[in-house]
Design a protein around this ligand. Structure first.
Ligand code: BV8
Length: 247
């Protein structure tokens, strides 16, 4: 079963018979909201830094102030962004199908802003703060010491509530995503290079269960060859077209 170019109309035909659609989104989903994709994200001052280096516990231990400056810069960037037609189309799609599980690798919260109700945030959320000692989320106001927010309870440094490289995916998110990937009758990968694990392995559970995999991406990815359907294009254009075919 090789991948072949498909049209939104063809995929809509498959979706009509779909009991459970499992969607995985990546940074490409937010590209049309003006948020550069993860690898292209480094501009200006951050150009000389490698996100794979900065998004790690080691970088935070070595230079917490630098890491917090990077995340504050990203929070400003994302706070100014709004959902694009692709985000809204996915929220609409959930109302047109019996069951849609949305898993996102993105930490920008744009799916929720677009009205998607249940979002599995596989890599956490950019705007959450967690105590670096207690591990718990900290909602209340924080004390800033030398540019670093501190836990109001124990005084330890806070860290952004994201999953860094080398850190485990939150167990509840991992279990819910794995269950959905194994149960769905179609897995739709949107705007991800399928390079970051274990998210990149979710589609394999779908295929192992004998179900089909589709991809929406302007470029080929590590997943493309294993796809049953490939829609080459921008998610902000393809998803609204897909929803129009279904409505
Ligand atoms: C873990 C939060 C173990 C932070 C992020 C094998 C198995 C398991 C792990 C590994 C493995 N090999 C290596 C690893 C380690 C590592 C990993 O995968 N490394 C990679 C680099 C090889 N994985 C981990 O460390 C994970 N943890 O394995 O823990 C463990 C287990 C138990 C106990 C302890 C430890 C954790 C990974 C999470 C990292 N955190 N984000 C932050 O944001 O600051 S990942 C981050 O990068 C993003 O969240 C995102 O997931 C990822 C970037 O990927 P994409 O979203 O795909 O974005 P990208 O830019 O790559 O691609 C964009 C795509 O969009 C392109 O294809 C482009 O064509 C397309 N596009 C562009 N425009 C559009 C578009 N598509 C549609 N429309 C458009 N308009």
């Amino acid at each position: 079963m090789g991948q072949r170019p498909a049209t939104p109309r063809e995929l809509a035909h498959v979706l009509r018979a779909c009991r459970h659609l499992c969607v995985l989104t990546g940074a490409g989903m937010s590209a049309e909201s003006g948020i550069p994709t993860f690898r292209a994200a480094q501009t200006g001052l951050w150009e000389r830094y490698d996100p794979l280096e900065l998004a790690t516990p080691e970088a935070f231990a070595r230079d917490p102030e630098l890491v917090w400056r990077w995340y504050s810069w990203r929070r400003e960037l994302v706070a100014a962004a709004t959902p694009n037609p692709g985000h809204f189309a996915l929220a609409r799609l959930a109302c047109l199908l019996p069951r849609l599980t949305l898993i996102t690798q993105n930490v920008d919260g744009l799916h929720q802003k677009a009205g998607s109700r249940t979002v599995i945030e596989f890599h956490g959320n950019l705007f959450a703060n967690r105590c670096s000692v207690e591990g718990r989320l900290v909602e209340d106001d924080v004390v800033i010491e030398n540019g670093i927010p501190c836990c109001p309870r124990c005084g330890a440094r806070l860290r952004p509530g994201v999953v860094w490289f080398g850190e485990a995916i939150p167990p509840a998110a991992l279990a819910a995503a794995a269950d959905a990937a194994a149960d769905c009758d179609l897995f739709l990968s949107i705007g991800t290079s399928a390079l970051v694990w274990p998210a990149a392995g979710l589609a394999e559970s779908t295929r192992a269960a004998g179900a089909r995999v589709a991809e929406i991406n302007p470029a080929e990815t590590g997943l493309s060859a294993a796809c049953d359907f490939r829609l080459a294009g921008n998610s902000g254009e393809v998803l609204p077209e897909l929803v129009n075919c279904l409505s």
